[in-house]
Design a binder for this molecule. Structure first.
Ligand code: GLN
Length: 203
């Protein structure tokens, strides 16, 4: 991967460190983003898991919400995992937990905490379009699922078996990528590699 690329991790709240490590392993320069100047210099951005309501509030407080929307509208590649997927969704079915605004960009409706209260976290093997080799071991933690994929977006990963079969958990729209699960937690760098190829313009 071309080492001149700088990829940020939105670092207001949530699981930042593992994404920085996975991006570094993928061969890019990884930096934290907490200020508009930092946002301005990245070639791509990761929105990590955490609490989507908190991340949106802090983004507004730190004057990052509008600049980020503007950069996404300009084509900035962004990868959102879990809460990050919620933030990239154009529409949210909040499942009783209100979320006043998302950042938006991907033509999907996500349902927060969709897999139910009983199942706070679980793991599944998934085939993801754009990732070759073994299936991806996906770790879900109070995860959303994609309830509706609009015409501009594409489902690239769907749960294949078990009682959660058929739920879309990975999507792509141009240079925007989102997963319901946490690829940064398994030591399998292939989703971050895919995202870095997207940032490099080859994915
Ligand atoms: N449940 C969280 C939310 O709705 C997301 C959980 C996560 O990112 N692990 O924002």
């Amino acid at each position: 991967m071309s080492s001149h690329l700088t990829v940020g991790v939105f670092a207001l709240q949530g699981g930042v460190r593992e994404h920085l490590q996975a991006l570094t392993a993928a061969g890019v320069e990884a930096i934290t983003v907490r200020r508009p100047e930092e946002l301005a210099r990245v070639d791509g951005l990761v929105l990590p898991g955490g609490e989507s309501t908190t991340i949106v509030k802090l983004a507004r407080t730190f004057d990052l919400l509008d600049p980020l929307r503007a950069r996404i509208a300009d084509g900035l590649p962004v990868f959102g995992s879990c809460a990050g997927m919620i933030l990239l969704a154009d529409r949210v079915d909040s499942g009783g937990s209100p979320l006043d605004a998302t950042i938006g960009g991907i033509d999907i409706t996500v349902r927060r905490n969709a897999f139910g209260r009983q199942v706070d976290s679980f793991e599944e093997d998934l085939e993801i379009e754009g990732v070759t080799g073994e299936p991806v071991r996906a770790v879900f933690i109070r995860a959303p699922w994609v309830q509706e994929v609009g015409p501009a977006a594409r489902a690239i990963g769907t749960v294949a078996g078990g009682d959660k079969a058929g739920h879309v958990v990975a999507v792509r729209q141009g240079s925007l990528l989102a997963t319901s699960f946490h690829p940064e937690l398994t030591g399998d760098g292939r989703i971050h590699d895919l995202f870095c190829r997207i940032v490099a313009g080859t994915g």
